[in-house]
Design a protein around this ligand. Structure first.
Ligand code: AHR
Length: 320
């Protein structure tokens, strides 16, 4: 083709015209997201991360708080299906009981992304991707810290009490198993009591009070499946006239600012990190799924372990 000044001007005008057309053709992505609840500092940071990432990406986020009830999540997912959202995402309160509703989403051709917690389903095609931590590994990290502590402190017998997360939730099951697997290497480490405190501060305090009442000074170590329960238990220990972090060694999981403050005050010995900032990865994955791009079935988050010795230095860097 011969390029003349006229054809050039014509092309320039066409480009200018295209640029001036508003992007009304591309309708914003709609994601229905069902959150577990607002049970912990971790959860608050997770919700903020998802809302913030959606806002930045111009995604229309339909957010539903399940208040830690599976039936509320099932209801929310059904309502997202009825509203024909582009993607459904959720952080399942518990691991089992999802087959029926996930099949309904699949039949409606709405892709489902799991964030934070896993589900147990016989058909893995019921969800496209699972973004979140390796909870078994978090439990192992907590156990390794205790093995090391025991070794450095004369290898004495240590009685452990455990505050479990929500019964049936993936992090409660996996953190319990990972920890038990590792401490089995030292027969002097014994879990003498283990009970759920639902990942909340109030219940962490309540259950620790009961442990102290029944076991008293026999307790050497507390392993809490999250920082909030550990912080609640710290109050109970102080009210019982004992020194948390000294009379009772405390190990917890999450790495929220509250835990770093407790470590700085000498009341918590270590926190194993669980990163709640999953928002940007969730939104990107949802966009990729809708664009027809392949997405990884499992996206694992990188995390560390923070003992009390590094708390003061690390606290100013914490983002949640
Ligand atoms: O699923 C992640 C866990 O849920 C966090 O450890 C805990 O704080 C939250 O409630």
């Amino acid at each position: 083709m011969i390029i003349t000044r006229r054809t050039l001007l014509g092309a320039a005008a066409a480009i200018a015209c295209a640029a001036a057309i508003p992007a009304f053709a591309a309708k914003p992505l709609t994601i229905g997201f069902s959150q577990v609840g607002a049970e912990s500092e971790w959860r608050t940071a997770n919700t903020a991360s998802i809302k913030d990432a959606a806002k930045k990406a111009g995604v229309n986020l339909k957010f539903a708080d399940a208040q830690q009830q599976q039936q509320n999540q099932v209801k929310a997912i059904r309502s997202f299906i009825a509203q024909r959202v582009d993607v459904i995402a959720f952080s399942p309160v518990v691991e089992t009981g999802w087959e029926t509703v996930l099949r309904e989403a699949k039949n409606a051709k709405i892709p489902v992304i799991l964030t934070d917690r896993a589900v147990k389903v016989s058909d893995p095609s019921l969800y496209v991707s699972f973004i979140g931590s390796d909870f078994v590994e978090e439990g192992r990290r907590a156990g390794r810290w205790l093995l090391d502590y025991a070794k450095k402190n004369g290898d004495k017998p240590l009685n452990i009490v455990e505050l479990q997360g929500t019964t049936g939730a993936a992090p409660a099951i996996d953190r319990k198993n990972g920890f038990a697997e590792v401490i089995a290497a030292n027969p002097k480490l014994k879990v003498i009591r283990s009970q759920t405190a639902d990942f909340t501060r109030a219940k962490g305090k309540e259950v620790m009070e009961a442990f102290l009442k029944s076991e008293g000074k026999k307790i050497n170590v507390l392993y809490a499946h999250n920082d909030d329960m550990a912080i609640g238990a710290i109050q109970a220990i102080e009210e019982a006239g004992l020194k948390p972090g000294k009379d009772i060694i405390i190990i917890s999981i999450d790495g929220v600012k509250g835990a770093f403050e407790a470590m700085k005050a000498g009341k918590l010995n270590v926190t194993v990190e669980c990163n709640p900032l999953l928002g940007p990865t969730l939104i990107q994955t949802a966009q990729d799924v809708v664009a027809g791009k392949p997405v990884p079935k499992r996206i694992v988050v990188n995390e560390g372990v923070f003992p009390a010795e590094v708390a003061a230095k690390e606290l100013p860097n914490r983002k949640y």
